[in-house]
Design a protein around this ligand. Structure first.
Ligand code: HEM
Ligand code: HEM
Length: 223
């Protein structure tokens, strides 16, 4: 197997993927911090997270580099084959997320949507504060959804811990730094996989659609 120094430097993650990733990290931390005493900011941070996740889903179909779901979401056969190589130190270099990592990424994006979705209906204990759709459900239902909102946050925390553990495992055991490509976009691969690039209009259209959807949600689905 070629060593990294023998390969070619490829632009793996385009800047929208990287920007979305690091904004999500910052906003999730902010949402956590603001969830007790700063619910107004907490809501805005949630709408921004919604916009980012919606954009990422769009980009999974329309984006460039290794961003497309078709590039990394694989069936059980590929996942099993990857699992057999997980303990090996010589990394089989995949041009993008590996088939197992792809599952955790879909799970993170899915849980984030549930997190925002439940937040919309959540109401706090004294009914002073709530999500923009909390007036559409009874107080009891809003409180029950608040419980789920808390539970999904625990699930998100667990997924992030797993995510960081996998990245640390790659760094220490497989001697592969995945973090640098998520910052610079570039990674050395054995050969150029010929990843597609995306025209600017798709980026603009996705950003406008995702932004508009998040704004509409922030208004409680009222124009
Ligand atoms: C709240 C915390 C985090 C969340 C929710 C999160 C979520 C994600 C998601 C959704 C992706 C997929 C990127 C895409 O295809 O768009 C990803 C990839 C990645 N994240 Fe994070 N992330 C978090 C924290 C971090 C941190 C702190 C680091 C660095 C230490 C990190 C490093 C990476 C790397 C290296 C990848 C690419 C993995 C690969 O090569 O397959 N993440 N993360
Ligand atoms: C638009 C999106 C969101 C809305 C409208 C929303 C709304 C709310 C409300 C009204 C509460 C107070 C509930 C209570 O006092 O029991 C709350 C709590 C909380 N939210 Fe959100 N939220 C949203 C997104 C998020 C996101 C994205 C995260 C994390 C990434 C998050 C994490 C939490 C946590 C940890 C709590 C505290 C739970 C507790 O201890 O009771 N929320 N949220």
């Amino acid at each position: 197997m070629p060593t990294p120094s023998e390969g070619v430097s490829v632009r793996l993650w385009d800047w929208p993927v990287r920007l979305v990733h690091w904004l999500l990290v910052a906003l999730i931390l902010f949402s956590w911090w603001s969830s007790e005493d700063y619910l107004n900011w907490h809501r805005w941070s949630g709408y921004a997270i919604l916009g980012l996740v919606l954009f990422r889903v769009w980009w999974g179909f329309a984006g460039g580099g290794a961003a497309r779901f078709a590039n990394f979401v694989k069936g059980p056969g590929a996942i099993l084959a990857y699992l057999k190589t997980v303990g090996r130190r010589d990394t089989a270099v995949t041009p993008g997320h590996n088939p197992l990592g792809a599952l955790s990424i879909l799970a993170i994006l899915g849980v984030l949507l549930v997190q925002v979705g439940t937040g919309l209906f959540t109401v706090d204990i004294d009914a002073f504060e709530g999500g923009p759709l909390s007036d559409r459900v009874s107080f009891e239902t809003g409180r029950a959804i608040a419980e789920i909102h808390e539970l999904t946050f625990r699930a998100l925390q667990a997924l992030v811990v797993l995510h960081l553990a996998a990245i640390a495992y790659y760094l220490v055991w497989k001697r592969t730094n995945l973090i640098r490509p998520m910052i610079t976009g570039r990674r050395v691969l054995p050969s150029d996989p010929g990843l597609p690039s995306a025209p600017l209009w798709r980026l603009v259209l996705g950003a406008v659609l995702a932004g508009a959807a998040a704004w509409f949600v922030s208004k409680g689905l009222r124009l």
